[in-house]
Design a protein around this ligand. Structure first.
Ligand SMILES: [Zn+2]
Length: 289
């Protein structure tokens, strides 16, 4: 039954319905576009206390895979003006700097981690929310955000700003958790993407197309990359057994790295057999046709 005070879908305007994942986790699900909103009071899901819950080693692998993917999309285009929303420690942005691009970054400093020296000297870094940051319009060839848009207060404002800041032939690239991942149905409240208390929404292909389209972006393409967050299913599985891991999450536990390394071949195989198990949605959109 639909809650009469349930919120409307921020992507398509339909009234959202309750999805009772477990007795202590209820999500709001759009019955039309598949978009999900998560309210911490209705679905705490044993969330950790800190936003960052990764591990250095696996984060480096992930950064390399993400770099290779985006670099493949800009190959042969020469030196570009690239803006990262939520650059964190700046590892990805540093790679684009080293390959001859002009790099810009915006970060609200939520993660409180140090930025590489190279990037501090040669990149143009703004410490503010993307929404409030003062940035030049019609300037960028590429704007990307890696696991950012599931956190922001108002993604419509973010996408509209991307549209304004992009050059006419520029494009936007995002990775974000996929609301329609089979992993959410299987692992329920243990799905690792629910461990982050600042994950307040999960996009579907439909809601991404609707929201970016509303912002004026065109040729919105979505895909399911099997290479992102490769240990997520293992970590989701471990969350069911780990007891209290609220401070730094399951990846802060000493045994997790070992189990991740041992279980990785099985996790990759599972995704090859069923791509829908993959937790991430890739979104690419252009400013003009
Ligand atoms: Zn919707």
């Amino acid at each position: 039954m639909t809650d009469p005070i349930a919120e409307t879908c921020e992507a398509c305007g339909t009234q959202m319905e309750d999805w009772n994942l477990t007795s202590c986790c209820t999500l709001s699900l759009c019955p039309v576009c598949g978009h999900i909103k998560r309210d911490m009071e209705r679905c705490n899901a044993g969330a950790r206390e800190h936003a960052w819950g990764g591990s250095g080693f696996f984060d480096d692998i992930r950064t390399n895979l993400t770099y290779n993917r985006i670099n493949g999309l800009i190959k042969g285009k020469g030196s570009l003006k690239i803006l990262e929303i939520g650059f964190g420690a700046g590892k990805l942005l540093t790679k684009f700097l080293k390959t001859g691009n002009q790099v810009f970054g915006v970060d609200a400093e939520m993660l409180e981690i140090n930025v590489t020296e190279n990037l501090q000297e040669q990149g143009y870094l703004v410490y503010n929310t993307f929404e409030d940051a003062d940035l030049p319009e019609s300037e960028f060839d590429l704007i990307y955000g890696i696991h950012v848009i599931e956190h922001v207060v108002n993604p419509a404002i973010v996408f509209e700003k991307c549209f304004r800041l992009l050059k006419d032939d520029g494009f936007a690239y995002f990775l974000t958790p996929n609301s329609q991942s089979k992993g959410l149905s299987i692992f329920k409240e243990n799905w690792w993407n629910l461990e982050d208390p600042t994950h307040i929404r999960f996009f579907s292909a439909g809601s991404a197309k609707a929201m970016l389209g509303n912002a004026g972006l065109v040729k919105v393409q979505t895909g399911i990359p099997v290479w992102d967050s490769m240990t997520l299913e293992i970590n989701s599985f471990l969350r069911g057994f780990a007891g209290d891991s609220r401070e730094h999450g399951i990846m802060g536990k000493s045994f997790t790295k070992v189990v991740d390394a041992l279980g990785l071949p099985i996790a990759i195989l599972a995704r090859i057999i069923n791509r829908q198990l993959s937790p991430t949605l890739e979104i690419i959109a252009s400013k003009n046709r």
